[in-house]
Design a protein around this ligand. Structure first.
Ligand SMILES: Nc1ncnc2c1ncn2[C@@H]1O[C@H](COP(=O)(O)OP(=O)(O)OP(=O)(O)O)[C@@H](O)[C@H]1O
Ligand SMILES: [Mg+2]
Length: 223
């Protein structure tokens, strides 16, 4: 149970999110709850793995200079992580949806795409994959600092990633963009352009991405 002074602000498929004050700081608590459709031991093990992956990768990203919320506390008994609440931020998903048509839209989209490409490129350069790259798992701080993109939701992340793992990570992002946003034809190519600049092994990853895409197409044809 999370301290009752914390306010429940959301619940996903795997976790409840609370907001409150911890040690004087605005804090987000992500609590993984029991899924009754899973065997109790397996559920416990999976939850622990995801908490470990999340805490570990947030720290590795920090070391690599990629913006993530600061981790304040990891509590394996209560299955939760206390982290910095990113105040004045919106998900990239909501940010894109809020852009109205006009000349500013293209420029803003290309700015966000570059930031996404550079964050993912740097993660991959450190052999880290996110595992769930969607526009809901990226926040944009609305202040006017230069690098405003913050990656979140690392429960499915993995270290020691291969080129194939990285290609799948990018493919997940490409599919997520297609299914969530309309009129974004130049967004993913723009992500890849800045990805290339941050990851010197990108040629192999992008070759694999073509393979992963064609496997994806075959799967769709078979149904
Ligand atoms: N540190 C944070 N600061 C502000 N808002 C956050 C923060 N972390 C998460 N959020 C908000 O809560 C939403 C859900 O968080 P998150 O993506 O971590 O959980 P989830 O998708 O339910 O988790 P999972 O996919 O691991 O089950 C985010 O899309 C974002 O809007
Ligand atoms: Mg999420």
């Amino acid at each position: 149970m999370v301290d009752p002074s914390f306010q429940l602000i959301g619940q996903g498929a795997e976790a409840r999110l609370y907001k409150g004050i911890y040690l004087g700081k605005l804090t987000l608590v992500k609590e993984r709850f029991r899924k009754t459709y899973r065997h109790e031991d397996l559920d416990e093990q999976l939850n622990k793995e995801r908490i470990k992956a999340e805490a570990r990768t947030i720290l590795k990203c920090k070391i690599a200079g990629i913006r993530t919320p600061a981790v304040y506390l990891v509590d394996m008994n209560r299955k939760c992580i206390f982290m910095e609440y990113m105040d004045d931020s919106v998900t990239v998903k909501d940010y894109i949806a809020s852009l109205t048509n006009g000349e500013e839209r293209e420029a803003r989209l290309s700015d966000v795409a570059k930031q996404v490409g550079s964050a993912v490129g740097r993660m991959h350069a450190h052999n880290l994959i996110h595992g769930d790259l969607t526009t809901s798992n990226m926040l944009l701080a609305t202040g006017d600092a230069e690098d405003r993109l913050v990656l979140i939701d690392f429960g499915l992340s993995v270290g020691q990633a291969t080129a194939e793992d990285k290609a799948v990570d990018l493919y997940v992002l490409e599919r997520a963009l297609l299914s969530t946003h309309a009129d974004m034809d130049s967004f993913f190519p723009c992500v890849l352009a800045s990805y290339r600049k941050c990851n010197k092994d990108s040629a192999e990853v992008l070759r694999k991405l073509d393979e992963v895409r064609s496997r994806g197409r075959k799967r769709t044809m078979i149904g």
